[in-house]
Design a protein around this ligand. Structure first.
Ligand SMILES: *Cc1c(COP(=O)(O)O)cnc(C)c1O
Length: 395
C-alpha cells in the first residue's frame, strides 16, 4: 500500500481504536495487553478517568495562550515538581528531545555565566539515547542515527557504559558536565549501578561539573521511585523528563537547581507551545495519581511480582531468554534468539512489547497494572517463549 507518510517507521500491521487501562482494542475488535505503553508513555494506562476529566475540563476552558503571559497551571506544575525533587525551577517543552536540548543548553550557559564559556562539552555514555534532534543524536553518539545528517553537533565525548574511570579520564578544561540516563531505555534497559551514579556525582563535585540526567524514560515513577536517581541516593543539577509525565499527552520538562539554571535568563531560550494550559493540566493530573500515598509502593510490588515470574520463565526457556534487567516496571528480557522473534510471538499471544538495544525486549506496562493482570500476562509471555522454543527446536 502506498502511503503519504515518511517511511521512517517499521510499523506493525495493527491499528487501535480504543484503550482501557492495560488493554488496547484494535479496529477489528481484538484485545491486546499493552506492555509497550506507547514506549513507556501511558504511565496511567489508557483512558484513565482522572486524566480524561482533567483534559476535557481544560479543553472546555482554554488550550493555549503563549508564554507571553502568566500560565497558572504551568506555575503550579513547576512548583509541584520542584517540591517533589531536587529542582528549584522547570522549563516545559513538547517532547523528550527538547527537554534534553534544554538541559544541554542550561549546562553550557551555566559555565558561560560563570565566565568559562570554553566549558561546553558533556561526557556521555555508550548505548545512550537522548532523542532525534541534531544535538541529541550527537549526544547519543549512535552512528546509525548520525549518518547522512551532516557534521555532528560538537561537544559530546562518549565513554563506555557506566565506566567511571573512563569518565574521569575524559574530563578536560572544556568539560561542562556529565549527561547520563540512570537506566538506559533504548540501549537495552541497562541499569547504571548505584555505586556508579554516586561516583559520577562525586566526580562532578570534585571538578565543578554539572550532573545532567536524562530521565525521559526512567522517570516519573517508572522504576518504583518518583525518579530513578533516588535509588542511588544522589541528586543531579539538571534533569530532563517527558514520556510518563504526560500520560499520553505530549510534553516534557527540564528541571534544575536555581544555581545550575543561573545562565538561563530572560530571552536566551524559548518555546511557542511548551507549557500550554492543556498539557499542564494533564501533567498536574498525572502527578495527583503518582504522588498519592501508596502509588509507588504498588509500582515496586507489581514490579517484583512481574520480575519473579519472568525469572521462572528465564529458567524454563534458557534457549529463548537469558537475563532480566531493570527496576520497578521498567523491565527487559535479553533474548538468546533475535528479539524480533519474541516480540512477534508475544504479539501472537496478544501482548505488545518494544524492542531495545542489546537484543532486549522491553516490558513497560502502565504503572497502574493490577496484580491479576501481571499473572495473566506472565502466562502469555510463557506461552510465547514456548512457541519460540518449539520453533527453534523444530528448525
Ligand atoms: C524517548 C527518549 C528521548 C526522546 O524523547 P522524544 O519525546 O521522542 O523526543 C530522550 N531520552 C530518552 C532517555 C528517551 O527514552
Amino acid at each position: 500500500m502506498t502511503s503519504a507518510l515518511f517511511p521512517t517507521f517499521a510499523r506493525a500491521d495493527l491499528a487501535f481504536e480504543r484503550g482501557e487501562g492495560l488493554r488496547l482494542y484494535t479496529t477489528d475488535g481484538e484485545e491486546y495487553l499493552d506492555f509497550a505503553s506507547g514506549i513507556a508513555v501511558n504511565s496511567l494506562g489508557h483512558s484513565h478517568p482522572h486524566l480524561i476529566e482533567a483534559l476535557t475540563e481544560q479543553a472546555g476552558r482554554l488550550w493555549h495562550v503563549s508564554n507571553l503571559y502568566e500560565i497558572p497551571e504551568q506555575a503550579r506544575l513547576g512548583e509541584r515538581l520542584a517540591a517533589a525533587t531536587f529542582a528549584d525551577v522547570c522549563f516545559f517543552t513538547n517532547s523528550g528531545a527538547e527537554a534534553v536540548e534544554t538541559a544541554i543548553k542550561t549546562a553550557r550557559r551555566y559555565h558561560y555565566a560563570k565566565g568559562k564559556p570554553e566549558r561546553y562539552r558533556l561526557i556521555t555514555f555508550e548505548g545512550a539515547f537522548h532523542g532525534r534532534t541534531l544535538a541529541t543524536i550527537a549526544a547519543g553518539g549512535k552512528d546509525k542515527y548520525l549518518e547522512g545528517f551532516g557534521p555532528a553537533v560538537d561537544g559530546f565525548d562518549q565513554v563506555p557504559f557506566a565506566d567511571v574511570e573512563a569518565a574521569r579520564a575524559a574530563i578536560t578544561d572544556e568539560t561542562a558536565g556529565i549527561l547520563i540516563e540512570p537506566v538506559q531505555g533504548e540501549g537495552g534497559i541497562r541499569v547504571v549501578p548505584n555505586a556508579v551514579m554516586r561516583a559520577l556525582r562525586a566526580l562532578c563535585d570534585e571538578h565543578g561539573l554539572l550532573m545532567v540526567l536524562d530521565e525521559v524514560q526512567c522517570g516519573v515513577g517508572r522504576t518504583g521511585k518518583l525518579f530513578a536517581h533516588e535509588w542511588a541516593g544522589i541528586e543531579p543539577d539538571i534533569m530532563a523528563i517527558a514520556k510518563g509525565i504526560g500520560g499520553g499527552f505530549p510534553f516534557g520538562a527540564c528541571l534544575a537547581t536555581s544555581e545550575a539554571a543561573c545562565g538561563m535568563v530572560a530571552g536566551v531560550h524559548g518555546t511557542t507551545f511548551g507549557g500550554n494550559p492543556l498539557a499542564m493540566q494533564v501533567g498536574n493530573a498525572v502527578l495527583d495519581v503518582i504522588l498519592a500515598d501508596g502509588f509507588l509502593d504498588h509500582v515496586r510490588d507489581a514490579g517484583l511480582r512481574f520480575r519473579q515470574g519472568l525469572a521462572r520463565i528465564v529458567d524454563t526457556y534458557p534457549g529463548v531468554v537469558d537475563e532480566i534487567r531493570g527496576e520497578g516496571l521498567m523491565l527487559g528480557v535479553r533474548c538468546v534468539v533475535p528479539n524480533g522473534d519474541l516480540i512477534a510471538a508475544l504479539r501472537d499471544q496478544q501482548v505488545l512489547s518494544v524492542g531495545a538495544g542489546d537484543n532486549v525486549v522491553r516490558l513497560v506496562p502502565p504503572l497502574t497494572i493490577e496484580m491479576a493482570d501481571i499473572d495473566l500476562s506472565l502466562e502469555r509471555i510463557e506461552a510465547a517463549c514456548a512457541a519460540v522454543a518449539a520453533k527453534e527446536g523444530g528448525s
